[in-house]
Structures are given as C-alpha cells and as structure tokens.
Write a protein that binds this ligand. Structure first.
Ligand SMILES: [Zn+2]
Ligand SMILES: [Zn+2]
Length: 551
C-alpha cells in the first residue's frame, strides 16, 4: 500500500452484474466507508421512495454499524436492507445466516450477491496493465472497460432473463417441488417448524451458555486438557452455574453422555472454524484465477495451493474425529433422554461445502415433542429447505416478470425520445449519431425477446413509433462509394473509432486505441502467453438509403 497510490477498487453492481459505480480504495483493507459512500451516491440518483437491498460479503457487519452509528445521510437507513452473499455465507455463524443469508430471507428471489466477483472476473485482464500504469490512464482504462461490460450486459439482458427463468426458476422449482412431495408434509406445518427453528437458533441463550462454558470452548488442541475441563465444567453445571433454562435439560441424563455431548459440540465448533478458513482459501484461489476452472500459474497460485493442502488435511482429520465421537456418543445415548444426536459430516470438500448441517451447532437440550421435529427429522429439514427455495423461485419469477415489463417500457420510451430528438431541428448536427443510436436500440428487439415479452411485442412498439415519426426509416443498404479519390485499401481495413471527430482523422486509429493495443500486447508478452492476434475486424459499414434526405 505504501508503494501505490491506490490499493484496490470497490464496486457497486446491480443484480444483473452491470457495474454502476466504482471507487478507489486508498486505505489498507476493505473499510466500510467505501460501501457507505457508494450506496449513498446511488441513493442520490434514485426516486425518493425507492428501497434497496444491498448484498455484501459482510452485510451483517455493515448493518450493525449502520444501526449503531449514523452512517447514512437522512432518509437512506429506512430504505435500505442488508444481506450477505450466498457463496460467502459459510463464513458467517448460523445465527447470522438466519438473518442475512439471501436464500433464507424473504423477498430476495434467487439473487446471489456474487455479482461483484463476476465483474472482477470479467475485467481481470486489466489487472497487470493497471498495476504499472499512471493514475489517470488507469482510471480511463477502467472506465472504458466497465462501460463496455455494461453495454454488452445490457444487450444480453434478454438471454439473462431467459437463463434465470430456465436454469433458476423452472429447474429449481421442479427440484424443490419434488423434495416437498417426497417429504409429504404440509407447507403450513413446515412453516411452523421453520419459525420455531429460527426463534430457537436466534435466541440469546446459546451465547450466554457459551460464555459459561467458555473454559470448555476455548480449548481445541489437547484432548486430555479438554476432557479435564469438561469434568470441571460439569462440576460447575451441577452446582448450578448454568442458566436456569438449560439446567433441567441436562439433569437426569448420564454424566458420560453429557460429557461426550459437550466434547462433540466443541469438536464440531473446531470443524466449523477449520472449514471456514479452508473454503476461504479455495475462494481466494478462485478469485485470483477469475473462476475455479481457470488455472493461474503464478507464485500466488502455488502459495495458496500449498496452504490449501495443509488446511484440507487438518480439516479432514478433524471431521474424522468428529464422526468417530458421534458414533461413540450414539452408543451411550438413550432415546428417553430426547436429545437429538449430531449427524456425521462428509469428508469430501465439495459435499461439505453444501452440507446443510455443517454450520449448525450440536444440540444439547432435549427436544419438545412434535413442535421441534426440525431438530432431528431430516425430512422436515429437507422440507423446510425446499419450501424456502420454492418461495425464492416464486419471488424470482415475479421479479423477472417486472424486469421484462420494465425493459419493454424503457425500450419504448427511449425510442420515442430519440425519434423526437431526430425531428428537432436544433439537433441537425447530431442527426446521424441519433439515427445510429435509434438503429442500435431498435435492434435490441430480437435479443431482448423472452418468453415473458415476445419479439412481436417489441416489434409492435417499434413500428408504432416509426409510424408516428415519419421520416425514420430502418432500411439499410450497402454503402456506395461516390468519391473515387478514396483509396480502396483504406476501406478494406477499417479501424474502430471511438469518437466521430473530424472527418480527416476518422479513418486513423486514435491515440487511445494505439495505447490500448500496446498495453494489451505488452501484457500478453509479459504473461508468456501466445501474443494476441493483431486486432482485425470486418466491419460492414452501411448507411441508410434515405440518409441524404434528412440533412
Ligand atoms: Zn440491473
Ligand atoms: Zn455475519
């Protein structure tokens, strides 16, 4: 950080992955101020009653800070809600997940909150270039790149919606419905169970209990020491140090069982910590590589790899021990105690990451009849998950419907605005640019068409506007070169130009393009990869037949 003026970037991205705003990170670490200022900036541009859900890796922490200190200017706090991202939810405790995991939170549909990760992955080609470039050039490069990404994503919005509909809503609804059918339980019952689970697991009892058993919970390494402390704590337990609420639960149960139960609880806490840090390493690797399928081949990669191997071995050992203790606990357990036994965990990392019981603590109280079936009945747990997933799918479906409607509305409004601008005589110098814009927008009708809003609807709006604003024609024909003085070779190798600029220089690459090309080829050489093919594009330049009529 001392060597660089900027340590990183913080980005605000919408749920369609479109980058909205980006900020320079100029302090070590990811401080909350970046998130706060980006959110504040966005609110300045939103209607006064608009509400926003912010999905942030540490959304829970930010939410607490916002509640504690006046971090936002007036009128924002009531309109903003926080959640964490789906993939990073494992780093949060279960009680935190119950509040902030978007899959467990009402109204969030299937939004996963991993949009910023995908943005970094899309723009990672800029990292080596920007590392050594000057401040202003870097800002310019990033700005250009992000604008391009935003434009491309906007154009692909139709396929985005279709993908979310098919892969998300349709597939997951079918899956969840199947699970629900297999469980054969009423949704009302599952809802009650879920409410009970939330209330129980969020309750303040566990932290208090944790404090009293602090001496047990703090030891992880030495089994002898651990067992000695368990003994000691059990002594305290008998004397009545533990809170009123849990004492009767433990009394009447074999000492050996209670001892083992606390031991298993402690081992599971250890497994959870180890799993969290191992997954974190996995993610770091994925993040650096821009996705788990792309190898990085750098020192960082080697380093993370070796860290992962070490951590995975320690985690597997901890899980094996936990599973063994679970077995021996089951051997001394009696059904009349009504204390649910902890379930073994998978040793396979992939399965472990998606294991639903990993982050749940070991249950140390007897269960109360049917109202707490979620504690021990796997079917109820599966049922609850499926029910929640179904709800998210329904929400997502509704949201996608609204988004498709909004796209059509925006399409019509924007076309109308451009058509009006073209008609306005004061825009005479901009007419060709506006016509291009109109043409480009009109072309979105096929890529934006989805099963929710068909191409015919777009077409209808388009022809309506074209008719209303007579003079705008969408017939295009190949260009006829009237001027013989233009050299053919120039035409056969067209170059992209960002700005129309003056006519004389429009055929030459701009300084910006030259610089960008240089940087990319330098980067390719630097990485030892096959050099990029020289930029060659076949542009078919066509102008409207009626072009001249409008000047
Ligand atoms: Zn969006
Ligand atoms: Zn959290």
């Amino acid at each position: 950080m001392q060597k660089f003026d900027i340590g990183g970037l913080a980005a605000l991205v919408c749920r369609h992955d479109v980058p909205l705003f980006i900020a320079n990170v100029d302090t070590p670490g990811e401080q909350q101020k970046y998130a706060v200022s980006l959110i504040e900036h966005m609110f300045k541009l939103l209607p006064p009653k608009a509400t926003v859900v912010v999905l942030y890796d540490v959304g829970c922490v930010l939410d607490r800070s916002v509640a504690q200190y006046e971090m936002f200017v007036d009128g924002i706090e009531e309109r903003v809600m926080f959640a964490t991202s789906v993939m990073h939810s494992y780093v949060h405790q279960w009680s935190c997940q119950l509040h902030y995991n978007p899959r467990l939170k009402d109204g969030l549909g299937l939004t996963d909150g991993e949009n910023v990760e995908r943005l970094w992955s899309r723009s990672r080609g800029l990292i080596p270039v920007c590392r050594s470039s000057g401040k202003h050039r870097r800002v310019w490069l990033i700005n250009r790149k992000l604008r391009t990404i935003a434009k491309e994503l906007k154009e692909e919005m139709g396929s985005w919606i279709s993908r979310k509909l098919n892969k998300g809503v349709v597939e997951q609804t079918a899956e969840s419905q199947k699970t629900l059918d297999e469980c054969n339980m009423e949704v009302k019952f599952l809802e009650k169970q879920w409410a009970d689970q939330k209330a129980t697991q969020i309750s303040v009892r566990s932290p208090r209990l944790k404090t009293h058993l602090g001496n047990i919970l703090n030891i992880q390494t030495d089994i002898n020491e651990l067992e000695a402390t368990v003994e000691k704590s059990l002594g305290l337990l008998k004397k009545g140090l533990l809170p009123e609420t849990c004492r009767p639960a433990i009394v009447g149960v074999d000492l050996e069982f209670v001892q083992k139960l606390y031991l298993v609880r402690e081992i599971k806490a250890n497994v959870q910590r180890k799993a969290t840090s191992t997954f974190w390493e996995f993610d770091k690797l994925d993040r650096a590589a821009g996705g788990k399928d792309i190898a990085l081949g750098t020192k960082m990669h080697q380093h993370v790899r070796s860290a992962m191997t070490k951590k995975t071995a320690a985690l597997t050992a901890a899980i094996k021990r936990y599973n063994t203790e679970c077995q021996s606990l089951a051997a001394v357990s009696k059904p009349e105690w009504n204390i649910p036994l902890p379930e073994p965990l998978p040793t396979n990392m992939g399965e472990l990451k998606t294991c639903t019981t990993l982050m749940e603590n070991v249950w140390i109280e007897p269960i109360q009849g049917d109202s707490q079936r979620w504690v021990h009945d796997q079917d109820v747990r599966d049922g609850i998950r499926a029910m929640l997933r179904l709800k998210r799918c329904r929400e997502e479906h509704q949201r996608l419907g609204r988004e498709a409607d909004n796209m059509l509305k925006w399409y019509r409004k924007e076309l109308k605005a451009i058509a009006t601008a073209i008609k306005d005589s004061s825009n005479v110098l901009l007419v060709s640019q506006l016509r291009l814009e109109f043409e480009e927008l009109a072309g979105l009708k096929s890529s934006w068409a989805t099963s929710l809003i068909t191409e015919a609807s777009y077409e209808a709006h388009l022809s309506c506007i074209v008719q209303a604003a007579d003079g705008i024609q969408l017939t295009w024909a190949p260009v006829k070169v009237a001027d013989d003085s233009i050299d053919d070779s120039e035409l056969s190798a067209p170059v992209l130009h960002v700005d129309a600029g003056e006519e004389d220089s429009s055929m030459l690459p701009s300084a910006e393009e030259v610089c960008l090309n240089d940087l990319f080829s330098e980067q390719a050489e630097h990485e030892g990869k096959v050099a990029l093919q020289p930029l060659s594009c076949n542009l078919t330049w066509q102008t409207p037949v009626s072009f001249a009529l409008f000047f």
